[in-house]
Design a protein around this ligand. Sequence first.
Ligand code: FPP
Length: 249
Amino acid sequence: MFGLNRKTKEIIIDKIPKHIGIIMDGNGRWAKKRLKPRVFGHKAGMDALQNVTIKASELGVRVLTVYAFSTENWSRPQDEVSFIMNLPVEFFDKYVPELNRNNVRIQMIGQTNRLPKETLDALNRAIKETRGNSGLVLNFALNYGGRDEITSAVKLIAQDVLDAKLNPDDITEDLIANYLMTDNLPYLYRNPDLIIRTSGELRLSNFLPWQSAYSELYFTPVLWPDFNQDELMKAIEDYNRRHRRFGGV
Ligand code: FPP
């Protein structure tokens, strides 16, 4: 039986993925199809994100990690980078009140050192304003790269070994997870159950390589600005048909 019955819209809550990761791809192509500049697609992508967040929160998803900007995206044209960096400022101004009403808490993963001050200020404001919320965590991966995350964790662990705070024998998978950026997520929900990538590309592009070891993957040709609440339901329905065995039988 699916977690969701299309006719009755009945939802079986324990079949809802608790952590969903989304690679929001296809904004540029969406804009191009409409003969608009690429940034038009990013703006539409922001509205899609808000709608999907609200639906995920209603369904009982606990964490939504969204890939908003990767460590590789700096190589895009300067004006597009500046536009994307300004999105959080706009997003949080416009949407935080509604997110707050929905008990959504905002967090982030990624390197903050290279982010423009206004971007970081907007993010920190949103994180602070929503700190008391106990519902869905909307986790922005901003200037995030999975290999960069693992490299940073290895450096921190090496330093702790050098400082005699750690013994090499203490290094376990659990310990490594504690040095990753996702360590600030609720403990049970650090690893995505489901990763969605829009726009037909079939790869993970450095998104949560450690945490995705057992994630179910869902690829759809839909471009991100067209990904709506119904598309989210379809992805969850598909997830419900999977049998997760975590290496067992
Ligand atoms: C990928 O599409 C999209 C991005 C790199 C930016 C994602 C940003 C948003 C969805 C807006 C919400 C973000 C925040 C921070 C509030 P692409 O440009 O690679 O599209 P293409 O593959 O069609 O060129």
